[in-house]
Design a protein around this ligand. Structure first.
Ligand SMILES: *[C@@H]1O[C@H](CO)[C@@H](O)[C@H](O)[C@H]1NC(C)=O
Ligand SMILES: *[C@@H]1O[C@H](CO)[C@@H](O)[C@H](O)[C@H]1NC(C)=O
Length: 616
């Protein structure tokens, strides 16, 4: 694979000759993105890969295009959007850059009652892992080219194409796509609801299912079902993975991936242990992670949305019953739980509140905005502008992202106490450049696609705020409030929801969440206090705000305390909370036993509930 460099006859612009692009693969519609980095660091580093992160400080320019033939040449000009610099004419002269271009394919999508619209073919790759946003199949990209903003014109050919990812997919069990193990099974169903929403385009839902130890030996047992919500992952990853083998690695040498693999084996050890030493000895359950990527994100947020379709109903009425039918689930709300962090945390709270009869326990860890009085750090209802705090003269930017730290000073973190690395404006301008009309596959765009109505003229999600100026649309904000503001919905509908949710919903969030998600959880509690005399206690909802012993708040994504150190020390207060880097690997051992206790309690209210067959 090589890049073709062709000199073009063109008038030199201020920054040098024009940069142009061709695409061998066409015809295609999509977006050219051109990434720039400085070659000071590692010259082999591809700017495109580096740009995957919201913290990226690389430059990107982009424009939409329809490519009809490989001879079509597309030239980057000063009117095309860029981030952080707004235009190519802002590039410093005589500077040398590493340049790499990619073309993200869009496809025409038909949805019931909406105008046909171009959307990304996907936001995920089946060869990618949990939270690792590999580029989707069919993305074209160029080699990395050294270019000086003085050079004559250059044409860059996007000769590389990301191949189909399925052959490379680890699959649910990590053994290859669709290859099951003794414990981990793949279940794929055709969704009638989603297929009809997408006007007949086949839509499948996938579950990675972990069966309990003793499943075959107890053919008459029926089990509770625990869903773990979260990002797309072809491999079963409920918050820590599951592996039958101990890896041959050394954490000191091989780093975190080794720790991750060791904990996978720990879960297997705990899961298959039938002694009372096992955290699961009080009850055995089926667990499932779900894959439901959408054209706007790696995950649908598990609700019915105008842009994405009826994912909430499809999961509750099609996917869950299919899992329970296939694997002997109890199939009743008292014996179902849902847990997750971040996106998965929001999904857990949302399902408990929007589908209260379906669940008997929910843990919402470090959840995305559970009320929009703080959508991260933006008050969607109260502020006029999402980018700057309201003020007559001052323009104080609203912070969007503070750097990761773990409350322990690991080397390698530039701002160990959580300094701001991106403002809300920066995060949104970057997304706008990566994809107009909420098509960046980025976080703010994804929220918009979940929570907003569809603009009936364009077919794209209605903007909650102007992506260039930050001005908030109050009509769209009202739609968000009535349909997806979880604290508002719970307090508004308390008379019908209260009894169903009481004792079953639990929140945990770090005191210094990296995306300021702490604030919405505080607000949720305040809204309960305002609506109910007894506040959260009357609601039977618990809140844990995570702080380290010395006061520093936990960052994203705190899921509740877990301590280490021996018992004797604990009495004297010396036990230390585990850092997020460990607790993110032990959701199952820590949360499932608590769920089981609640299931048993729930069963007291249910005539004939089976609290025997699955408890061995
Ligand atoms: C920039 O390119 C776009 C096509 O992407 C074209 O429509 C526009 O006229 C160009 N503008 C200038 C100033 O060349
Ligand atoms: C259970 O998990 C813990 C860590 O969470 C680990 O220390 C222990 O060795 C595991 N038990 C087995 C039997 O693997």
């Amino acid at each position: 694979m090589r890049a073709f460099l062709t000199a073009l006859l063109a008038l030199p612009a201020a920054f040098g000759g024009p940069l142009s692009f061709t695409l061998p693969g066409g015809p295609a519609t999509g977006r050219f993105r051109i990434y720039f980095s400085t070659p000071s660091s590692d010259p082999d580093q591809a700017p495109m890969r580096e740009n995957a992160d919201e913290q990226s400080t690389n430059q990107v320019f982009a424009f939409d295009a329809t490519v009809l033939s490989p001879d079509d040449v597309f030239t980057l000009n000063a009117t095309h959007m860029g981030y952080p610099l707004g235009s190519i004419s802002d590039l410093p002269p005589k500077t040398t850059f590493l340049v790499q271009a990619e073309f993200v394919p869009y496809e025409k999508v038909e949805r019931v009652g909406l105008p046909p619209t171009y959307l990304p073919t996907s936001c995920v790759s089946a060869s990618g892992m949990n939270g690792a946003y590999e580029k989707p199949d069919g993305t074209s990209y160029s080699e990395t080219i050294l270019w000086t903003a003085e050079d004559p014109a250059l044409t860059i050919n996007l000769v590389n194409v990301i191949p189909p990812s399925k052959p490379l997919s680890p699959g649910c069990a990590g053994l290859g796509d669709g290859v099951d193990s003794k414990y981990i099974k793949t279940l794929r169903i055709r969704s009638e609801l989603l297929t009809s929403f997408y006007e007949g385009t086949e839509k499948t839902l996938e579950a990675c299912v972990l069966l309990p130890e003793g499943f075959d030996e107890h053919p008459d047992a029926r089990y509770p079902l625990v869903l773990a919500g979260g990002h797309y992952s072809p491999e079963f990853e409920p918050g820590g993975g599951f592996s039958e083998t101990m890896p041959d690695c050394d954490p000191e040498v091989d780093g975190y991936s080794c720790v991750d693999s060791i904990y996978k084996k720990y879960l297997h050890g705990n899961w298959t242990d039938l002694s009372t030493a096992s955290p699961f000895h009080e009850g055995r359950v089926i667990m499932a992670t779900l894959n439901h990527p959408v054209p706007f994100f790696d995950d649908s947020y598990m609700v019915n949305s105008e842009s994405m379709g009826p994912y909430g109903d499809a999961i509750v009425t099609e996917m869950i019953p299919a899992i329970e039918k296939q694997f002997r689930g109890i199939g009743e709300g008292w014996a179902r739980g849902i847990m997750g962090g971040s996106t998965g945390g929001w999904e857990s709270a949302a399902h408990m509140i929007l589908y209260p009869d379906t669940y008997g326990y929910a843990l919402a860890a470090c959840p995305d905005s559970v009320t929009f009085t703080h959508h991260t750090s933006v008050d969607i209802y109260g502020q006029k502008n999402a980018f700057f705090y309201d003020s007559d003269f001052k323009r104080t930017p609203v912070p969007g992202y503070r750097d990761g730290y773990s409350g322990q000073l690991y080397p390698g973190y530039d701002v160990p106490y959580g300094g701001v690395v991106s403002t809300v404006q920066e995060m949104n301008l970057r997304e706008l450049v990566l994809g107009e009309n909420s098509l960046s596959c980025g976080q703010w765009d994804a929220w918009e696609a979940v929570f907003s109505p569809v603009d009936p003229d364009s077919g794209y999600p209605a903007r909650i705020f102007d992506k260039k100026t930050g001005e908030i649309d109050k009509d769209v904000a009202e739609y968000w409030r009535e349909n997806f503001d979880l604290a508002h919905i719970l307090t508004r509908d308390w008379d019908t929801l209260g009894e169903k949710v009481k004792g079953k919903l639990h929140f945990a969030v770090g005191g210094s969440d990296s995306f300021y998600l702490t604030d919405a959880v505080y607000d949720f509690r305040e809204q309960l206090r305002a609506a109910l005399d007894g506040g959260e206690e009357e609601a039977g909802i618990t809140f844990t705000f995570g702080a380290h012993d010395e006061g520093l708040g936990f960052q994203h994504c705190f899921r509740g305390y877990e301590y280490y150190g021996n018992e004797e020390e604990s009495e004297t207060g010396y036990r230390q909370p585990q850092p997020n880097s460990i607790t993110r690997l032990t959701y199952v051992q820590d949360v499932v036993p608590r769920m089981v206790q609640q299931f048993i309690k729930n069963a007291e209210q249910v005539e004939g509930a089976d609290v025997k067959s699955w408890r061995y």
